[in-house]
Write a protein that binds this ligand. Structure first.
Ligand code: FMN
Length: 292
């Protein structure tokens, strides 16, 4: 049944959508009509129209990266990016295997936004993070380099996404932000001196951080892809974040947890906490997870 109070929002059939002069009541139906008539511009449409159009600079950069196997060189040196001082939290070894069938996990996965506030152990956290985004035992040997692979695919093998975790309810872990370091399966505490209001993480009221175990924010540094792929970088980064969040949902489900991918996160608020510069560094997506 349609709520009578919302009737005014639904009288869209009375609008002459294609009339350029109808600039009031501008909902997305109206904007879309004007876009299709080329009366309005859309950043999204412009991006899609040129999605994988390659220019000479792109060919030059991609060729150079491929010829010297820059991704392989970066990969082999990647352990140098991970902090290993006394502030770093070493997670317990993850479970050796997850003994639930993939069919069962796929059937059980569903989005959940409110949780039971039951804490999870550090071992469960470790297993969750490791199988979602950690390094897999599979290695690639090429050009006399040994390349670490992960449990998800990465455009060009550059692994440009960093995972920031807000631990809310994990045994023996201080609530706060951490950077996940996949090679060493460790957590680097971040912004621990900052006042954080967890009610500011997401838009609206529907997502309950207080009863969750953790929130995840996928951070993208433009320079980590742009130098090779130019304008194609955004497509690669967003697709990769999609793979990563799907891994997370499936691993969480297999461990008896529930999750939800969330596009409605407060980008500026999270980026400010993490001291992002908002130019090179961006949060692209978020996930939440907890016990139901
Ligand atoms: C890219 C993406 C963004 C999403 N963003 C939100 C969000 O901002 N808020 C929310 O409550 N759910 C969000 N969801 C969850 C969807 O609402 C949910 O997946 C959908 O309703 C299907 O339900 P299911 O996941 O239980 O199968 C998002 C899902 C995806 C894949």
């Amino acid at each position: 049944m349609i709520d009578i109070k919302l009737k005014g929002m639904l009288n869209q059939h009375t609008l002459a959508k294609e009339d350029l002069h109808n600039i009031s009541n501008s909902d997305n139906h109206n904007v879309y009509s004007q876009l299709i008539l080329a009366n309005a511009n859309s950043e999204m449409l412009s991006y899609m129209l040129n999605l994988n159009h390659q220019k000479l600079n792109d060919f030059k950069s991609m060729l150079a990266y491929n010829q010297i196997n820059e991704a392989g060189l970066i990969n082999e040196a990647q352990y140098l990016n991970e902090v290993s001082d006394s502030s770093v939290i070493k997670l317990p070894a993850p479970k050796r295997q997850i003994g639930v069938s993939i069919t069962k996990v796929l059937s059980k996965r569903h989005s959940c936004r409110k949780f039971s506030s039951i804490p999870i152990s550090k071992r469960v956290l470790s297993t969750l993070l490791h199988y979602s985004w950690g390094t897999s035992p599979r290695k690639i040997y090429t050009d006399s380099l040994t390349i670490n692979t992960r449990y998800y695919a990465s455009g060009g093998g550059l692994y440009p996404i960093k995972v920031y975790i807000y631990c809310n309810n994990v045994e023996d872990m201080k609530s706060g932000f951490y950077l996940y370091q996949p090679l060493s399966n460790t957590l680097l505490p971040l912004s621990q001196d900052k006042a954080i209001n967890i009610d500011n993480f997401y838009e609206g009221e529907g997502i309950e951080v207080s009863s969750s175990n953790l929130s995840v924010f996928y951070g993208f540094r433009v320079s980590s892809l742009y130098l090779k792929y130019g304008e194609l970088s955004l497509l690669l980064a967003i697709a990769e974040v999609g793979e990563m969040s799907q891994n997370f949902d499936l691993v969480a489900t297999s461990l008896g947890l529930s999750g939800c991918t969330i596009a409605g996160f407060k980008k500026r608020y999270i980026e400010n906490i993490l001291d992002f510069d908002h130019i090179d560094e961006h949060i692209l997506l978020s996930s939440i997870c907890g016990k139901e």
